[in-house]
Write a protein that binds this ligand. Structure first.
Ligand SMILES: [Zn+2]
Length: 454
């Protein structure tokens, strides 16, 4: 194994457990978003970094909200590298958990807590990486910035989005490492490390139907509630056309290349208009995977919110819905709206309430190759693959500054454990393997050393 020289100068038997304790402390802050309340967590991280001689800032967009940003100065020979992690978490229902979601308890080799993998682990690893670099007294060629941000789970407006709008100079970087990737994915006996290179865009829409108000005792054809329900059913049951993009093609081909027969031959059929739907409907073994691939291959709309009427005996004059639209790689909001219109029929008026284009970074870069080499040096069986996700991350915001974003927040899951990263993500009993976290810390530190000093 050939790691960066700094890696072997660190006593990992000491630093691994210290970073774990830092993660446990972060997990005990309840940063459920909404409302977020990340400020206390961000301040704690800032204090921890300041104790090591770094100069962090907590930047607050409003009461209770906070973003911690800190920079380890390099020589400036190359532009900065940003490590990003969001500090907010999605809600957790303690009734459904085996251990308290904000208790940070360790059982059976796992640390339990909401945010254990999404993604206070990355916050703890990133802060530790900066601390270790600062202690080593090295000046890398790139500044290394860490941003622990608020509000990712609700749309980034008070976190990365706000930093990019109001403090761009503090977070501008050539490359960023963050969500989503670097975890082990065991598939058919192979160990993959997906590294996100692209994510779909957002096109959230308010749809309105106007009808004719009247008395509930006299049914009419102009009932807005009925017309909205009909249109929503058409949208919900319909299917938009396929868009096969370059990032999805690379992801599927990389995955297929390391699969046994028949998956090796079947997966590439997803990339052809004539065969994709049959594979999704009839060949893919589980619905969950088929739904993910389907979402990656097209613009999608999920109707989520309906509002119509307020009195049982009054036919409302209008009815509205909110639609969660996601833009396929290589497509656009305009194209999505046209496809939506074809499904919905003419009754609906559309208003776009939030829009962001898809985000895409080429894997043909030195930094991506360095991440791949680091993965293979730490796990000789590990296969890094360029990964694409249907959701969004803080990469949406960072990429507005021209930053090239890769999803790399490494954590190792043992193949003998019957546990999947994807099921823990926003799931009950979110937890991280203690050894897998420490493995990830060392891998991240090595990757940062290589990228920042190359
Ligand atoms: Zn997340």
């Amino acid at each position: 194994m050939s790691t960066h020289p700094l890696v072997s100068r660190i006593d990992w038997s000491l630093e691994g457990p210290t970073a774990l304790e830092l993660l446990r402390t972060l997990l005990r802050f309840d940063t459920t978003n909404p409302p977020g309340n990340e400020h206390a967590c961000a301040s704690f991280l800032a204090d921890t970094l300041a104790d090591e001689g770094l100069e962090p800032e907590v930047l607050s967009p409003g009461p209770g909200r906070g973003n911690v940003v800190v920079r380890l100065k390099g020589t400036g020979e190359k532009p900065p590298l940003l490590l990003g992690a969001h500090l907010d978490v999605v809600p957790a229902d303690p009734e459904r958990w085996s251990h308290p979601p904000f208790g940070a308890e360790i059982h059976g080799g796992y640390l339990y807590g909401r945010g254990a993998i999404d993604m206070k682990n990355m916050a703890a690893m990133s802060a530790t990486t900066l601390i270790l670099l600062a202690r080593a007294g090295v000046k890398p060629k790139r500044d290394v910035i860490f941003a622990g941000v608020a509000d990712e789970e609700v749309g980034c407006d008070h976190g990365s989005g706000w930093l990019v709008d109001h403090h761009a100079d503090k977070v501008r970087a050539e490359y960023a490492l963050g969500e989503l990737g670097g975890f082990t994915l065991h598939l058919n006996g192979r160990t993959f490390y997906p590294v996100q290179v692209a994510e779909k865009g957002i096109c959230w829409i308010r749809a309105k139907v106007r009808g004719k108000p009247g008395h509930g005792s006299i049914p009419t054809a102009e009932n807005a509630t009925v017309r909205l329900a009909e249109a929503i059913a058409r949208i919900g049951r319909g299917r938009m056309p396929l868009h096969v993009s370059q990032p999805v093609r690379r992801f599927v081909e990389a995955l297929a290349a390391h699969q046994p027969v028949p998956a090796k031959q079947v997966l590439p059929l997803l990339l052809h208009r004539a065969t994709a739907q049959t594979v999704l409907d009839k060949v893919m073994p589980d619905r969950a995977s088929a739904n993910v691939f389907s979402a990656l291959l097209r613009n999608t709309i999920s109707p989520t919110v309906l509002r119509a009427g307020s009195k049982t005996n009054v036919i409302p004059g209008e009815a509205t819905a909110e639609l969660d639209g996601r833009i396929a790689l290589g497509s656009s909001a305009t194209e999505l709206l046209a496809e939506l219109r074809a499904l919905s029929g003419p009754d609906l008026e559309f208003e776009v309430i939030k829009e962001a284009p898809p985000t895409e970074t080429s894997p043909d870069t030195e930094v991506f190759r360095t991440i791949g080499e680091t993965v293979r040096d730490h796990d000789p069986n590990g296969i890094p693959i360029p990964y694409v996700i249907p959701g969004f991350t803080d990469a949406k915001s960072w990429s507005r500054l021209g930053t090239r974003c890769y999803g790399f927040s490494p954590v190792r899951f043992d193949p003998t454990h019957d546990i999947k990263f994807s099921e823990l993500y926003h799931g009950d009993d979110e937890r991280i393997p203690v050894d897998g976290f420490q493995f990830g810390l060392k891998m991240l530190f090595d990757a940062v050393c290589r990228i920042a000093s190359a």
